[in-house]
Design a protein around this ligand. Structure first.
Ligand code: 9D3
Length: 266
């Protein structure tokens, strides 16, 4: 069971998300326990403020150490070796989320997700109370709430025992996933004049495998040549992707060996 706490000034944003679809199922099956907390409950002044103007000037506001620090510590304990959970701040300054990091977090300690708003969080809170900052990528949002939901959805679908989630997903090796998936089709066989590729309706399983592999490779060359370069650009130079077996990418040829693929291609 994965326990996730969320700290936010917009708890209502999470209502439908937590009730619906996969996350709702995971919660009702007790694979995940998710609780959302309103940061303003820790605010002590009359206006229940959570932000203040930035030192040094500049636009916007910054989330203040009070009430954020005490809120984090009351939910996760003081930072350090005795802390039972792991505190993640969703922040544009964080390392970019990867499938490999998702897999680690899904099997790790309870999580507290801190959703930043305004221009960001006072640096001293990040140092004193937060364990890790995670970003979704190089684009600008208005806060950490949607990123927190993205993180939760990515985690919950990895939890073993959730309906429709094969146990194998957890035990799969995380070495592969170097290619995008190719195109997929369902009925009807002809839609607005566009036919499903004949090979997919042929029943020739070896040919279908080969076609899918070729499509996956061609699409990867075209759209994500970085995946073929070898180095994973989201990580430090020279480091290899730690895990992507479930990242929506496929190894062309599925689970077969390299030798099988060579045989089939010849
Ligand atoms: C105009 C604001 N900024 C100057 C360029 C800095 C800024 C502050 C706060 C940009 C974004 C935000 C709010 N974003 C998040 O809290 C956030 C986020 C994101 O914006 N992009 C990708 N991942 C994340 S995780 C949290």
């Amino acid at each position: 069971m994965l326990r996730i706490d969320v700290l936010t000034i917009f708890p209502a944003l999470f209502d439908a998300f937590l009730e619906t679809a996969f996350v709702g199922v995971a919660r009702s099956q007790r694979a995940a326990e998710i609780r959302v907390h309103d940061l303003r409950e820790w605010a002590r002044d009359r206006h229940r403020s959570v932000d203040d103007t930035p030192y040094g000037g500049g636009p916007g506001m910054v989330m203040t150490p009070e009430p954020l620090g005490p809120a984090i510590e009351s939910l996760a304990g003081p930072k350090g070796p005795d802390r039972a959970g792991h505190v993640v701040a969703l922040s544009p300054q964080g390392r970019t989320l990867t499938q490999a990091r998702l897999a680690e977090l899904a099997s790790g300690p309870p999580l507290l997700l801190v959703c930043g708003r305004y221009e960001g969080i006072d640096q001293r809170v990040l140092e004193i109370a937060v364990d890790e900052e995670i970003s979704l990528g190089d684009f600008v949002l208005s806060g950490g709430e949607l990123p927190a939901m993205v993180l939760i959805e990515g985690l919950v679908r990895l939890l073993p025992g959730v309906l429709g989630n094969p146990e194998s997903l957890q035990t799969e090796s995380f070495g592969g996933g170097d290619f995008l998936e190719g195109p997929q089709y369902t009925r009807p066989p002809v839609y607005r004049g566009l036919a499903v590729p004949e090979v997919l309706r042929s029943g020739h399983h070896a040919e279908i495998e080969r076609w899918r592999r070729d499509q996956a490779l061609a699409r990867t060359c075209e759209r994500r040549p970085d995946l073929l370069d070898g180095a994973d650009r989201e990580e430090s130079p020279g480091s290899r992707s730690g895990g992507d077996a479930d990242s929506g990418r496929v190894r062309p040829g599925g689970s077969r060996t390299t030798q099988d693929n060579r045989d089939a291609a010849d």
